[in-house]
Design a protein around this ligand. Structure first.
Ligand code: LFR
Length: 490
């Protein structure tokens, strides 16, 4: 049997990549074949995604996979796409994409307050399991309606589903990504007509839902030709939400604190059922869909975005090199003066802008001295993220009644040594770190199971660990902390 190649297209908010896995009798080997930058762009004064360019980059990456497969006499056996949540493209009645795919960092902060009349946050949570965050698709679509941007009948496709549509011509709504809209009933995993009605979105068309790990369609003849594949390539719906892909290994027992640490930090637990209690709502936890019908009970916290945005501002002003990794390393070797802690989920940190000044203001507001300089700010960010993770651990235990036994940090933030160490110290739990490219790996894992190559996603993780790709995906362990006071601060 010839070797098989699978391609994971993993679109992150600050970079995208195509990772290829080669499967043969000798096992599985994966490598990143293409990486490209991503970020918000301004279109007519609106914060958007550069969709055309991102798709071009995707095609470039798939072309490399097709070429490699061809050269080795292997089969190009699958493509899967995952991305950040909540954002969407609108297709008109002819199936054409309306221009201006909005970026959630430009979402109207008053969206939830404006919708309160139409549907209270309490009811919306009971029905969706999702708290009222301005970035939710529900509020973004409402503002499209208000702006008169819709004529009626436009089809809503979240980013991974939009990509699958570009690749195959087939429209669908994969359940993990659909759950980020706040329009899905978490008990059924299907669109909720009541929520769609209540949010005033009855004029949109929502495509049929589909489970992750299902076949979506073959690449169209146009795409097959563009990527230079010798025949149409099967496209699978993976866990379309990058967070669900990153946590595709999770066991739904609520006993491990899961942290997907990228531009955003998603921290919480994997459960077998949604948890729609009033307590969970007040604490601001989302019930997003994980793979296999599991629930990811997560808190949406700021993440590495705070560091990248500060670094951008410092570099612009000539105050620091535009090198986040170096800044973190320098900050880690500083003598550990207590750094001020601010609330990383403060909505004022959402938009691009003068992040160092905003952080200083948040510290002052809570009666602390702001960080004195660049490295102090870096420490303050990391300390505040670790403190937020530790707080999340305590809240999860309270909400679920299940004691946590460990922490796992995946995603880019798992490379941040100081963050991982401080998380271990502040939670008092052993922390397992990595993989850093967790979303791409989860994407591949779901495809390999769907294609019958492997029997479970966790088996895929175990196999990958043995391979050379582990070099790119560092793993490590941080022991639980010693001597913690009750409030988690040492
Ligand atoms: C992480 C993520 C989060 C989502 C945020 C915005 O990349 O997907 O889960 O809340 O991006 O879409």
């Amino acid at each position: 049997q010839p070797a098989r190649y699978f391609a994971a297209v993993d679109l992150g908010a600050s970079s995208g990549r195509v990772v290829a896995a080669r499967v043969d009798d000798g096992g599985i080997r994966a490598a990143e074949v293409h990486r490209f930058g991503n970020g918000p762009v301004l279109l007519d004064g609106v914060l958007c995604w550069a969709v055309e360019r991102l798709f071009e980059e995707t095609v470039r990456g798939l072309t490399i996979v097709a070429e490699t497969a061809q050269a080795e006499g292997a089969v190009f056996a699958g493509i899967g796409v995952d991305s950040w949540g909540v954002d969407y493209g609108l297709l008109d009645l002819n199936g054409n994409l309306l221009t201006g795919v909005k970026h959630h960092r430009g979402a109207d902060p008053n969206g939830p307050a404006d919708a309160e009349q139409a549907i209270s946050a309490v009811n919306a949570y009971r029905m969706s399991g999702i708290p009222p965050q301005a970035i939710n698709t529900s509020y973004q679509l409402r503002s499209d309606v208000r702006a008169g941007a819709v004529r009626g009948g436009e089809q809503v496709l979240l980013i991974p589903d939009l990509w699958v549509h570009f690749l195959t011509g087939v429209a669908g709504a994969e359940r993990t990504i659909a759950s980020t809209t706040q329009l899905i009933d978490p008990r059924t995993g299907d669109w909720s007509p009541q929520l769609i009605e209540a949010f005033g979105l009855g004029n949109f068309a929502f495509p049929p839902t589909a489970d992750s790990g299902t076949f979506a369609g073959y690449t169209t003849s146009e795409i097959t030709a563009r990527i230079g594949a010798s025949r149409p390539v099967p496209v699978y719906r993976v866990a379309g939400h990058d967070t669900a892909s990153a946590l595709a290994f999770a066991v739904p027992d609520g006993a491990e604190l899961l942290i997907s640490s990228g531009s955003w930090s998603l921290a919480g637990v994997c459960l077998s059922e949604p948890l729609l209690s009033e307590d969970a709502r007040v604490a601001g936890y989302t019930n997003e869909a994980g793979i296999g019908g599991s629930t990811l009970l997560l808190r949406n916290l700021a993440g590495m975005w705070l560091l990248t945005e500060c670094t951008r501002v410092w570099a612009e002003r000539g105050e620091a090199e535009p090198d986040v990794v170096r800044l973190v390393r320098q900050a880690s070797s500083e003598p550990a003066d207590p750094a001020p802690i601010f609330d990383v989920s403060d909505p004022r940190l959402l938009e691009p802008g003068d992040m160092p000044a905003r952080i200083a203001a948040l510290c002052r507001e809570s009666g602390q001295y702001p960080p004195p300089d660049v490295l102090g700010t870096v420490r303050s960010i990391i300390e505040s993220l670790a403190a937020a993770y530790a707080e999340t651990a305590r809240v999860c235990e309270r909400l679920t009644g299940v004691p946590l036994t460990s922490v796992r940090i995946v995603g880019g933030g798992s490379r941040n040594d100081l963050l991982c160490r401080r998380t271990a110290e502040l939670t008092g739990l052993p922390v397992t770190v990595g993989p850093a490219e967790a979303s791409a790996l989860g994407n591949l894992a779901v495809q390999l199971v769907a294609a019958g190559e492997m029997t479970s996603t966790s088996a895929v993780y175990d196999r990958f660990e043995l391979e050379d790709v582990a070099v790119r995906m560092p793993r490590g362990r941080y022991p639980a902390a010693v001597a913690l006071s009750k409030d988690g601060r040492s």
